[in-house]
Design a binder for this molecule. Sequence first.
Ligand code: C2E
Ligand code: CA
Ligand code: CA
Length: 439
Amino acid sequence: MNKRYRKLRIEKRNRLLELAYIDPITGLGNYNAYLARTKEKLEVNSKKTIIILDIDKFKSFNKKYGHMKGNELLKRVGEEIKHAIRKTDIVCRLANDVFGIFLVGEVDVEGITKRLNNKISRIYIGDIWYNLRISMGVYICDKDEKDIQSIIDKAIMAHDSIKGKYHVPYGVFTEEFEQKIIRESEIENIMEEAIKNKEFEVYYQPQISTKTEKIEGAEALVRWKKDGNRISPSEFIPIFEKNYFIIKLDEYVYKKVCENIQEMKKQFKDIPKISVNISKESLLEKDFLEKYMKITEQCGISPNDIEIEITERTTVDNHIDMKEILEEIKEKGFSIAIDDFGTGYSSLNMLEMLPIDMIKIDKSFIDRIGEKNETINLLEIIILISKKLNLKTVAEGVEKREQVEYLKKENCDFIQGYFYAKPLDFDALKNYIKENKKK
Ligand code: C2E
Ligand code: CA
Ligand code: CA
């Protein structure tokens, strides 16, 4: 083989290699390069930090300024990252607007993320400054981990954990986080079975009128008993909301509630209104109301017996749709309560706009009764505004006599909390109603 030919062949191979490993837009390594280069480092270094860096709303940037500017932006971001890290570290562009950074040895995570944020949040292209927002997922690995894919996954999970939290520029993958994810997948693996095996049960927590001391309402709260152990709703409800299993569970609970109301109606002349928690995911289902009306009718009861409880957050997330949905629900005869009021940053305007009957004042406000500070005034103001708008109020998580006294004085309408009763199973609820009537 002559020399010239060999040289040509080597050049060609290098070009092919380049194509396979180099990102033409930024000149950085691509995903394949990231895997290959980090693999070498993983063999020799025990401590490493992986950062996944994502440009927020890059799509909009492309749309607004065109692809050429978009490409320039990516190139500039790549350069800035390179300046912010050491020569021995690695940066590659893994996908569209996602960069993978690999830092060896000890790293000041707070410092480096801040540096990256500062450098990239304002980028100079051509002769214009562009303001950007970036978000990062960080995984600090000091174990002997060699599987780069799983290492990347952890950084991505850390990144996912800050989605929607606009003031938090980065998330860190921690052991605790890992445990949570393991637990989540455990729960996901057993949830379908749990419905089939009837492991879910509905409990009821009485709501007592401050005027009459009588039970006027009760909130349905789901309970999950697995092999003798309880799993808390605060743990499984958020998981089910994420994976949409809540749609099934809400319907299951609702059906149980309707059956229980039907039974109570046979036994008592008047029964407390039962409020049922319905998650946003269920409400947004196309055939939600149709399905729930059918269940209601099948049990021979009326929407007047039921209050639909939605969190304040639900109303904030979907302003427009929610108004229509709630109006339809209201038209059928259901009452509507806003749960956890005071925690969801809704506007007062929303209270007037939406067809609401009841405000549930969050426990955090009740806990501060007795403290001498502004919050007490807030509680008074919430009750006052509710009165002005003709809405009823119920205080949640009331545990102490002094809280009851205070709420009576302020004319809160109902009280729900351990002071009167914990959530009760259905038989205990019926007994409670019976005893309460004798008083
Ligand atoms: P939530 O709707 O705010 O329910 C009130 C929670 O406070 C309940 O917790 C209740 O047991 C607890 N609680 C009541 N009184 C007191 C008190 O005096 N002190 C204290 N420390 N706690 C009190 P639980 O049953 O663990 O429910 C947690 C959350 O799970 C509920 O919060 C609700 O958001 C959700 N949830 C429960 N059942 C369902 C359901 O069937 N569907 C949906 N979508 N969510 C549900
Ligand atoms: Ca509730
Ligand atoms: Ca609540």
